[in-house]
Design a protein around this ligand. Sequence first.
Ligand code: BG6
Length: 485
Amino acid sequence: MRRNGYEEKDFLWGGACAANQCEGAYLEGGKGLSTQDLIAYVPVEKRGHMFTIMSMDSERFEAAKKDVEGNYPKRRGIDFYHRYREDIALLAEMGFKVFRMSVAWARIFPNGDEREPNEEGLRFYDAVFDELLKYGIEPLVTISHYEIPVGLVDKHNSWMSREMIDAYVRYATVLFERYKGKVKYWMPFNEINVIRFCPYTSAGILLDRSERPDEEMEYQALHHQLVAAARATAKLREICPGALMGAMMTRNLYYPENCAPDNILLAQTENAYALAPIDVEVRGRYPNRLLRYFEKMGYEICMEAGDLDVLRENTVDFLGFSYYSTSVPTNNSSDTVAGNMVVGKRNPYLPVNEWGVQCDSVGLRVSLHDLWDRYQVPLFIAENGRGFVDTVGEDGRIEDDYRIDFLGSHIRQMLLAMEEGVEVMGYTCWSPIDMVSASTSEMRKRYGMVYVDLDDEGAGSGRRSRKKSFAWYKEVIATDGECLK
Ligand code: BG6
């Protein structure tokens, strides 16, 4: 038995998805509107910077609520809601041990604060978990992956309000009570540290609804999320002893531009701010540096009596993270690239893809060592992948060697880090099946080993087919990565 109750047995190989990107059926089964249902598709020529697409203001928010005609790809997803049996059978065929998925909060509480949960929504996830367990696949559930019932934004401006803590803990408690025999692995929020880059996506905040400085609002909302996560962790331990709670962040490792001490300091500072929420979740306290920063900026982050105790007493069991790329912070360069979440100076040693994301498999190994040294809790690679445009050959085959190269190079680095002593519980690629992109709402940007015949406008049969990478990943899992060595 290892620390934190995590027992080393089978390495958890699998893949990850999010309800808002795959389920579709956005108003079926009693579901209410969620923040992601309001994100419209923007054609590439009108797109501009990724953060612009992911941001939201009150005017667009109100208009999208009434718009039933527009192209909102997350409303239709890939129809996992109706096709989950077929999809799970494909995951099982690849030999998955774990499937990271999320629950759509608005399926359980359509407006976020009803007196009773929506039984039809609960039944849907019962059916999904049963289907996974039938094949011996462990569900790893993110309680809130980038979506919040719109009713809670209307009432509270979402995580800006302390009321959200109770609403979230009630929702989480319903999940723990209902699924206690079925789900062992939980994560409270997806990528909790990205709130600084996408406050609407991550926390449902409309920045124009308050006079407070944007960054102060983001840290206030983050504090509410951290307290909510800690209180949910306490509930999980009470209701499901033996279940494990894992923090989940995006790991965007910052490299110094060169060995000039000022640049080292700049990269170190960026890394420290990016990790601050995880310091709270794993170590149980805010880092001094962040508290000093609040003081320096004059930010008044309202914390109630008892909050710091709750954070200290309910730290997580493991640390999950998504890994897509690394970046180089710069104060004065025009030669920049947008990473999955942040913009930085172009790193001349790394290739860039069509969406501006640089590929850096060694950075994953660096990150694993860094995080293990800093936190000493088991790590879980909760997302790793890269979007590509796939071409279906005349014979219907998809020869995605680029995906095999990308994932293979990252998995190799993970295996090396493990050989060097880092404890890694599992690896879930993003995403095993093509689904709607979180940032650009495209289908064209594909991550899966299973192809889904749908385009950006929603045209297509929805038919699933196996890409070349499907058989490759199956072999990786069957050999526990040995085939890559
Ligand atoms: C992660 C998110 O940051 O990146 C996922 O947790 C997302 O939801 C993934 O899909 C890939 O990003 P994108 O924008 O290419 O879908």
